[in-house]
Design a protein around this ligand. Structure first.
Ligand SMILES: CSCCC(=O)C(=O)O
Ligand SMILES: [Fe+2]
Length: 183
């Protein structure tokens, strides 16, 4: 099963709405892979014993794991957190999120600086590369439970745009330049 992603129509409507263009313009997994965004679909029902998840964690060194249940009762400063998640930012490391329940949107910038909206549902695991501009919002279902993975002690620091001098940003954009040269 593939994930759904599309070019976003930017307007002032509620961020939790899909924001499709008219007509819709879908984005393929290959296009996402070119941006360094990786994706797996796993079985979220038995994540504690899932060998496929185990293999990804071992291969990529994700020894840290926690769960984030995004609802007002379980999250301190819920509104502030949601607002920060939807503020365009980068990280110094990969952002790895595995959707166990519910759904939501990860928006990432493509090479032309357009927003691509990625719809994450139960069983979707995505990895955003270090240095990619992105943001997150709940969708109209208004609930998501995510597993967060990390290599070593987690660092969740978000650097809001602009960050063109951040080492992770420089490395990320350099990886594009090299691909263009290699063609
Ligand atoms: C709710 S996880 C996604 C939000 C985000 O981009 C982050 O945590 O850095
Ligand atoms: Fe982030």
């Amino acid at each position: 099963m593939a994930i759904e992603a599309w070019l976003m129509e930017e307007n002032n409507e509620d961020q939790r709405l899909p924001h499709h263009k008219n007509p819709k313009e879908f984005v393929s997994m290959e296009q996402l892979a070119e941006l360094g965004v990786l994706y797996w679909h796993l079985n979220p029902k038995d994540y504690e014993n899932d060998m496929e998840l185990q293999k990804i964690r071992e291969t990529r060194g994700y020894n840290y794991m926690d769960l984030l249940d995004l609802c007002p009762e379980k999250v301190e400063n819920y509104e502030v957190k949601l607002k920060n998640f939807y503020t365009e930012h980068i990280h110094g490391d990969e952002e790895i999120r595995y959707c166990l329940e519910g759904s939501g949107y990860f928006d990432v910038r493509d090479k032309e600086d357009r927003w691509i909206r990625i719809w994450i549902k139960e069983g979707d695991l995505i990895i955003l590369p270090a240095g990619i501009y992105h943001r997150f919002t709940l969708d109209t279902s208004n609930y998501v439970k995510l597993m967060r993975l990390f290599v070593g002690e987690p660092v969740w620091t978000a650097y809001n745009r602009p960050q063109e001098d951040h080492p992770a940003r420089k490395d990320y954009t350099k990886s594009f330049a090299m691909k263009i040269e290699a063609h």
